[in-house]
Design a protein around this ligand. Structure first.
Ligand code: ADP
Length: 190
């Protein structure tokens, strides 16, 4: 578990298929943080057929973004839970500048330490995603999500860069190699 005594708060970015999920599991071990994935939270809500799940399903199947208001409410509740006080790595949020601004307000003095961009080329993620089997991984769904990533999420990376929080890490290579790069980059910000 984490060798760090102070809670560490991170955000991870990366195109769909960049390997964020895998690397988050490793970051959890390294830094003793909680993994908060908004995609996983939404998929649980869909599976449980909650009101949120019912509303989100069609949006997710189309590869569109769930509304900011819903997403901000979801993250607000999650980071207010006691286990999040030990730090977290947020995966899948913020995905729009509106969400980034809301997150900064929610966190207040408990600000983020870094926003990491796991950089993998478009060609590479496209072939990786065709090899996995998730309900929203249709050709149209993938194309839609990748184009929304450029439109909506690219500006969020700039938003973090402007605040000197952005770390760009090469996501190509063996899993443990990528983890070592991530850990070194994050440690440079602690
Ligand atoms: P991926 O990174 O492969 O798109 P995620 O698991 O992060 O997958 O998200 C799956 C889907 O959940 C997204 O396509 C979107 O519909 C919805 N979603 C997740 N996080 C957010 C968010 N922060 N804002 C809006 N929609 C979201």
């Amino acid at each position: 578990m984490g060798r760090h005594t102070n809670p560490i708060r991170l955000v991870i970015f990366g195109r769909q298929g960049a390997g964020k999920g895998t690397q988050c599991v490793r970051l959890v071990k390294e830094f003793g943080v909680l993994h908060i994935s908004t995609g996983d939270m939404l998929r649980s809500a869909v599976a449980a057929e909650t009101e949120l799940g019912l509303a989100a399903k069609a949006i997710m199947d189309a590869g569109d973004l769930v509304g900011n208001e819903i997403m901000i409410g979801l993250v607000r509740e999650r980071i207010a839970m006691p286990d999040a006080a030990d730090g977290f790595v947020l995966d899948g949020f913020p995905r729009t500048v509106g969400q980034a601004e809301a997150l900064a307000l929610l966190l207040g003095d408990n600000h983020l330490h870094a926003a990491v961009d796991l950089e993998v080329s478009l060609d590479e993620v496209t072939s990786r995603m065709k090899a996995r089997a998730r309900a929203d991984d249709t050709d149209e769904g993938i194309a839609r999500r990748l184009s929304l990533y450029e439109q909506e999420t690219r500006p969020v990376l700039r938003w973090f860069a402007d605040r000197d929080l952005l770390l760009t890490v090469d996501g190509l290579g063996a899993e443990e190699e990528v983890t070592a790069r991530l850990v070194a980059a994050i440690n440079s910000k602690l």
